[in-house]
Design a protein around this ligand. Sequence first.
Ligand code: ZN
Ligand code: ZN
Length: 408
Amino acid sequence: MITGKTLTEYARLVLKIGVNLQKGQGLEIICPVEKREVAHALAEEAYKVGAKIVQVRWHDEIIDKIKYTYADIDALTEVPKWYVDSKNYLVKNGFCYIAVAADDPAAFKDVPSEKIAAAAKARAKALKKFSDEVMSNGLRWCVVSVPTLAWAKQVFPDSKNPEEALSEAIEKTMRLDYPDPTSEWQKHIETLERRANFLNSARFEYLIFENSLGTNLKVGLADEHLWLSAKEIAKDGKYFVANMPTEEVFTAPHRLKVDGVLKSAMPLCENGQIIDGFTITFKKGKIVDFNAEKGYETLKHLIETDDGTMRLGEVALIGKNSPIAKSGILFYNTLFDENASCHLAIGKAYPTTVKNGDKLSPKELKEKGLNDSAEHVDFMIGTSDLSVIGIKKDGSKFVLFKDGEWAI
Ligand code: ZN
Ligand code: ZN
């Protein structure tokens, strides 16, 4: 269980490898109310390494559900200025932030999806400036997780102690079961970097994804794209790891060069609602058709958010032997599930996935092929028989993935 000594170790790991908190720096923690001991541990360890101030923003899904149920849509789409300012304040004042993501995947299953979509859209629009900063590494941030009971029950419905079971699974993905988790993370980061370096020197123009599920997709890569992995550099020159766990090597697709069909390989939880068994068809980068066995309305709202949610903003490669994939657990949480399978994201591309991207204007980024949007939502397409072929400008082909695993 992530308590006691393990929780202290967890907090230290997230502060050191995750946000790389520096002396004199402010820290914001977003944490579910029922997991207050996690915020306590993070705050205490942060002060011990010299944090200037630690502030906590409590997250309460039940309050959110009550709000979505009773408040009308006008009220739900009003984003107060103080809230937007409080987010921009973090960037202006050099804070880093840790988000503890532990949502109940079915939290809002009875709430009309129009309400949730409208609120999410208004929030994304109001926070565009902040999310642009986050995505171009204007501050150091890290998303981590701990089990909550409601979520654990969804993942382990038959377990006598679902929270304990989920806790154990998370500890493994965080490499907390090793005697020295920090040095394990450093080794892991190096392996991912080796693959990113290979892809960066290969300079593929297209990737072709194919499997028996029906995915047959040609994904053009952005001009001067860069493959990134766990360790990223913030604008202040300091390293950080934005997701813990992370197993991916990722870059930006070209917004105009995606053609073919993809089939989802795992369910996607979007704002407390589940989308499953979906198919999306692309033509010249744009979504021209889509369908879903479950959560069609939620998918429709997502795709119709803005111009950018009609296109892709990320392509990520993950082998089927990653510890998360091997666990065989469906977490119903993108932080874990995206690390079990090759994935794509609808919406904004990370400016850092092209050369000197953090210094380019929105117009220059667009010219390189980067997509822009108020949203960025990952979904999984990797299966155990997925093949990925890289094609260079001269037409030469290279097998990157065979049967769902790295071939390099
Ligand atoms: Zn990703
Ligand atoms: Zn993503």
